[in-house]
Design a protein. Structure first.
Length: 122
């Protein structure tokens, strides 16, 4: 689990850490909305996770309840940052909200096909 700091210093807040978890595996789990209201905390959590994890990094979006343009920008930033770090980013377990949004924007192929895992491979 990542350690957080106060929102005033631009870092992820403790509240976001409950909704964005970096498991001991290479998986970042996001819960709740990926919207403008959470953009800074999500961006910070995603970038820290990409730095800490080895490739491939899995981005679990199965519990995302809302995705707006800011959330899509976070996903695009994550993909671009992973590529800059020579890491593979995999979106796994996308919620129906994520799938519909990426399909509507024709970004589904950009992130690869949806991957759903019923069981952890730990």
């Amino acid at each position: 689990m990542m350690s957080g700091s106060s929102p005033s210093d631009g870092q992820a807040s403790p509240e976001s850490l409950q909704a964005v978890e970096v498991a001991t595996s290479k998986r970042l789990c996001v819960q709740g909305p990926m919207t403008f209201a959470r953009a800074i905390e999500l961006r910070d959590a995603v970038l820290v996770a990409l730095e800490r994890q080895t490739s491939p990094v899995e981005f679990d979006l199965s519990d995302v309840t809302e995705l707006d343009s800011a959330g899509v920008q976070i996903l695009l930033l994550a993909k671009r940052s992973a590529e800059a770090m020579n890491k593979e980013l995999r979106l796994v377990g996308q919620s129906s909200v994520v799938l519909r949004t990426l399909e509507l924007l024709r970004l589904d192929a950009h992130f690869g096909g949806p991957a759903f895992f019923l069981f952890d491979e730990a």
